[in-house]
Design a protein around this ligand. Structure first.
Ligand code: ZN
Length: 502
């Protein structure tokens, strides 16, 4: 199809984005339904529908007419708005990339991932790395090859990192993780030599019904508008959204663990505030939603740790806790509660790790991925390297692969290069706090009064409202200047040396 006028082309571009959004919306609701409400036996029909919809989306993305449309828009670049230019950049990127991936390889890879999920589940349950090894070898091989399709100009692992955090590279991450290691490893060593914090009261019996009410309270405190933000229950908590007026968070309740769901709700609530804070103009476009994994995690981990695990936040919610859990928290003071939710102790499972040791879990995965993609490590040697690094960084022995290199679903899902965004997000958040405090003064004085509004407003103004308009690196730099991990290591050092008196 030829375009006669720019208006005609822009109409077609608008239609293209709305159509893609609609399919993604439908597929997202299906995925959400699968893990929240759908009965167990319903997977087959949903699988078939998903297959058809994915096929339609694939065809829609790679369609030859898109090339014509994008070329036309490209030739009228100076007449486009800033928003349209960025939309075009995103569309082009996706299109060019899909053009480079041979259809046969794309299909084979997706079939492989489908199979990998089942193989990984079984291997994990049976603590049998050997059965997962051949499939992981293929996934690594595909990722190495795809890296070249994504961005042929970059080293393979850098190209994969860019899929999750545009502009990120090994050079930055090597320095970042080295700095983290130099701060955290000695700190853990010092903590090991002093008496550990008692958090046993967090493991008394907390009825799920009461915890559900507590979630409602926390969401209200965070200013999450329930007209646009729902909460459900799943095995693993997550956030999903369809534009800025339909955000869903999930949590998981454990009757003998109050902190688990509490901090899941605050973490996912942070993701949700980001999505809800995007400006309306990005809805139904390719720029809808949070810009990268790293920036997204900076928001969730900011609320979870920097705010949620602060003395001020505990002060604000303690009256509620005392009123609703009087028996369980009998004899527990605000100070004891604050200390308990900040207990730092090296452990095996990343998703259950505390604020201090968390990034070391990520670092182990980063080292392994870098070497796998770089070709200096074979998949069969992953368990040995994993266990050695856990000993080196966290000082603990890994008793089984189930609690070791088989614990996460990322690799079986094909997500290599994803993990570093968790650690980056934590560090971005600490640097944002420094800037926020320069502009707003002592933010914890608001928090202590249960007033998170100025904080959320600041984040909305500087981060949330832009959705995907700016690249993550630019967005961060404009608000915080150059990324400097020192803000994060200083924050950790100050907090945990004070907490443990070391
Ligand atoms: Zn998260």
């Amino acid at each position: 199809m030829e375009y006669q006028t720019l208006t005609q082309a822009l109409d077609a571009f608008d239609r293209y984005q709305k159509t893609l959004s609609a399919y993604r919306h439908a597929m997202g609701v299906l995925s959400l339904d699968a893990v929240t409400a759908a009965p167990e036996g319903s997977w087959e029909g949903r699988g078939k529908t998903m297959e058809v919809l994915s096929g339609v989306v694939y065809d829609l993305t790679v369609g030859k007419e898109n090339g014509v449309l994008f070329d036309y828009l490209q030739s009228h670049l100076e007449e486009l708005t800033e928003l349209q230019k960025r939309e075009l950049e995103q569309a082009r990127k996706e299109y060019d990339r899909m053009q480079r991936i041979p259809a046969q390889e794309y299909i084979r890879y997706n079939v492989l991932l489908n199979e990998a999920d089942a193989v990984w589940h079984k291997a994990k349950a049976e603590n049998d790395f050997a059965s997962f090894c051949p499939i992981l070898e293929q996934i690594v091989e595909f990722n190495r090859k795809f890296a070249g399709y994504y961005n042929p100009d970059l080293p393979a692992y850098d190209a994969l990192l860019n899929e999750y955090e545009e502009g990120m590279n090994m050079e930055t991450l090597d320095k970042f993780f080295a700095r983290l290691r130099d701060t955290i490893v000695p700190l853990i060593e010092k903590i090991r030599r002093v008496p550990q914090i008692d958090d046993s009261f967090l493991h008394r019996h907390f009825p799920v019904e009461e915890q559900r009410k507590f979630s409602d309270y926390l969401m209200e405190l965070m200013g999450l508008n329930r007209a646009y933000c729902g909460i459900g229950e799943t095995e693993h908590p997550f956030t999903t959204n369809f534009g800025n007026r339909d955000v869903r968070i999930t949590t998981h309740y454990f009757e003998n663990d109050l902190a688990s769901s509490m901090y899941s709700v605050i973490h996912e609530g942070g993701h949700a505030l980001y999505e809800l804070g995007c400006d309306d103009c990005y809805n139904y476009t390719l720029l809808s939603g949070g810009v990268s994994m790293g920036i997204h995690e900076s928001q969730s981990r900011f609320y979870e740790n920097i705010i949620g695990r602060s003395p001020a936040f505990v002060h604000a919610i303690f009256p509620y806790l005392q009123e609703h859990f009087p028996r369980q928290l009998e004899g527990v003071t605000e100070e004891m509660f604050y200390r308990a939710v900040n207990k730092a102790q090296p452990s095996l499972i990343r998703t259950e790790a505390d604020e201090l040791t968390y990034c070391l879990h990520v670092m182990v995965r980063y080292e392994i991925e870098k070497q796998l993609i770089g070709g200096t490590l074979e998949v069969k040697d992953v368990p040995a390297v994993w266990n050695r690094l856990y000993r080196e960084y966290l000082g603990i022995d890994v008793p089984s692969d189930r609690e070791g290199c088989l614990q996460d679903s990322h690799w079986s899902g094909g997500s290599i290069g994803y993990f570093p965004s968790y650690a980056l997000g934590s560090a971005y958040g600490a640097q944002m706090l420094a800037v926020m405090e320069r502009e707003l003064g002592d933010v914890y004085s608001f928090v202590a009064q249960g007033n998170l509004e100025p904080i959320t407003q600041w984040l909305k103004e500087h981060i949330h409202r832009y959705a995907c308009l700016k690249k993550p690196g630019d967005l961060f730099r404009e608000v915080c200047g150059e990324f400097d991990p020192k803000y994060y290591t200083d924050y950790l050092e100050k907090k945990f040396s004070r907490l443990y008196g070391v």
